[in-house]
Design a protein around this ligand. Structure first.
Ligand code: FES
Length: 282
């Protein structure tokens, strides 16, 4: 019988696994890289974040704001029509904000911080980007385990605070989806309606809610600090709902990430006039 000494020392990439273990890290690397590149392009574009176009035939305007620029902090001179009076801070670019800095850069700190510190994504990008390790039972390019109890990775503990922000963003995006159900008539009045963009923005809230409300920190928020859950029927129910979402946390993470990017693409292409939104107004 062969003998093994512990801990097992493997060279980088060495493993006895026979499955295609490298597929997941490659997928994660490609997907996250593509998202990061796209998000950065959109952040610094600083335009085409609102689709308020009306067509002569349709005789009404859509009211879609991309999640990348939500909440609308201020209105800018833009090629695309911008909503009037909807900005949270001011009607024009505030003087304290450098001209090169897009509002999306300030907004995306919160959802990006939430994802970056997510327990699932940490495991995924540690493997895909840092090879730490490349996958389970596969040799890594370093000999010591530093963990997350020392700087700089100690910062990952901030996750629960980003979770509070992410919950607030759910309400903000739900408000945008609500606005997406309103269409402006030429006389300035608003009518109920539903368009492809409305559905895109509604689904964005659904997927982001599935991801956020299944967060480990959210589960702890609603179910932690209790000795006997059975005595707190409402909290127990909340915790069970969150646990149910948490069991599919990885699926919610990817679905919501892809959909938030698609929502932005959709609104951008409508804003530039490349796509025409199909909708009905009641
Ligand atoms: S653990 Fe993934 S969002 Fe909190």
């Amino acid at each position: 019988m062969s003998q093994m000494t512990l801990p097992v020392k493997r060279s980088w990439g060495e493993t006895q696994r026979r499955d295609a273990w490298w597929k997941t890290p490659v997928f994660v690397f490609l997907m996250l890289s593509a998202f990061l590149v796209y998000a950065n392009i959109r952040v610094f574009e600083g335009d085409n974040y609102y689709s308020g176009h009306s067509t002569a035939e349709a005789n009404r305007a859509t009211n879609y704001l991309t999640p990348f620029y939500s909440p609308l902090m201020f209105e800018v001179e833009s090629r695309a029509a911008t909503p009037s009076g909807h900005a949270w801070l001011s009607s024009g670019r505030p003087g304290w904000l450098p001209a090169w800095l897009s509002p999306a850069a300030l907004i995306l700190i919160f959802p990006a911080g939430f994802r970056f510190t997510c327990y699932y994504y940490r495991g995924a990008y540690y493997k895909a980007f840092w090879q730490d390790p490349p996958s389970c039972a596969v040799g890594e390019p370093r000999n010591e385990y530093r963990g997350e109890h020392r700087w700089p990775l100690l910062i990952q503990n901030i996750h629960r605070y980003f979770m509070y922000c992410a919950v607030v963003f759910l309400f903000i995006l739900a408000l945008d989806a609500w606005h997406g159900l309103h269409f402006r008539k030429p006389d300035g009045s608003w009518r109920w309606g539903i368009g492809v963009g409305s559905i895109v923005l509604l689904l964005n809230v659904v997927f982001l809610s599935g991801y956020t409300l299944g967060c480990h920190s959210f589960r702890h928020l609603v179910g932690g600090h209790r000795n006997a859950m059975s005595e707190q029927a409402f909290k127990h129910k909340l915790w069970k709902c969150s646990t149910c979402l948490n069991e599919k946390h990885m699926a919610w993470a990817w679905t919501s990430l892809i959909w938030v990017a698609f929502s932005d693409v959709y609104v951008r292409l409508c804003a530039t006039g490349t796509w025409t939104d199909f909708h009905i107004v009641f």
